[in-house]
Write a protein that binds this ligand. Structure first.
Ligand code: ADP
Ligand code: MG
Length: 164
C-alpha cells in the first residue's frame, strides 16, 4: 500500500488559494484532481488559487451551465463542476473523461458524483469546514500513481505552517 493522506489547515480563503497555487506548481499533463466537500467548503476558492499557480489570467468561476470550462495556463486547466450531474452515465456521455484532458490538468468539483472506480488515478483534495474560516484540507493520493509530488508539497506546507 502506498496510499497516503496529508492534512493541512487553512484559516482564510487567501491561505487556501496560496496552498492551491503551490500545489499547481507540481502539476503535470494528465493529472486529475477530485475536489470534495460540502457547498461553501472552498472547492471553487481552491480552483481559483490552482489556476493562479498555473498562470491562468482569466477569472475562474464555477462552470454552472457547462460541465467543463477550459482555461489557458502553463498547462491547460479543465475545471469541472458535477453538482448538477445525475449519474455516471451522463458524465461519460457528456465527455467528462475525454482525451483532451491528457494535455492538461483537470479539477473536478463535486467529484463524489463520479465513482472513483471510473477514474482511479485521480488525486483527492477533500475540504472540511471548521470553526469560522478554518478549513481542513486533506490531500489523498498514492505514491504508486505518481501523487508523491503533491503529497510532499502539502506535507512541506503543513510543516512550515506549524513551524516544524
Ligand atoms: P464550494 O465551491 O466548495 O461550494 P466556494 O469556494 O464557492 O465553495 O466558497 C467557499 C466560501 O467559504 C467562500 O465564501 C470563502 O470566502 C469562504 N471561506 C472562508 N474561509 C475559507 C478558507 N479557509 N478556505 C476557503 N474558503 C473559505
Ligand atoms: Mg464551487
Amino acid at each position: 500500500m502506498t496510499a497516503a493522506t496529508v492534512d493541512v489547515q487553512t484559516d482564510s480563503p487567501a491561505e487556501t488559494r496560496a496552498l492551491a497555487a503551490r500545489l499547481a506548481e507540481e502539476s503535470r499533463a494528465g493529472d486529475r484532481i477530485a475536489l470534495t466537500g460540502h457547498l461553501g467548503a472552498g472547492k471553487t476558492v481552491f480552483a481559483k488559487g490552482f489556476a493562479e499557480g498555473l498562470g491562468v489570467r482569466e477569472v475562474v468561476n464555477s462552470p454552472s451551465f457547462t460541465l467543463m470550462a477550459e482555461y489557458a495556463g502553463r498547462l491547460p486547466l479543465f475545471h469541472q463542476d458535477l453538482y448538477r450531474l445525475a449519474g455516471a452515465e451522463e458524465a461519460l456521455a457528456g465527455g467528462l473523461l475525454d482525451e483532451r484532458q491528457q494535455t492538461g490538468v483537470t479539477l473536478t468539483e463535486w467529484a463524489e458524483r463520479l465513482p472513483a472506480a471510473l477514474d482511479p488515478d485521480r488525486l483527492t483534495v477533500a475540504i472540511e469546514i471548521g470553526d469560522g474560516d478554518q478549513r481542513r484540507i486533506s490531500v489523498s493520493g498514492d505514491r504508486g500513481r505518481e501523487h508523491g509530488r503533491y503529497l510532499d508539497a502539502a506535507a512541506d506546507w503543513a510543516d512550515r505552517r506549524t513551524g516544524a
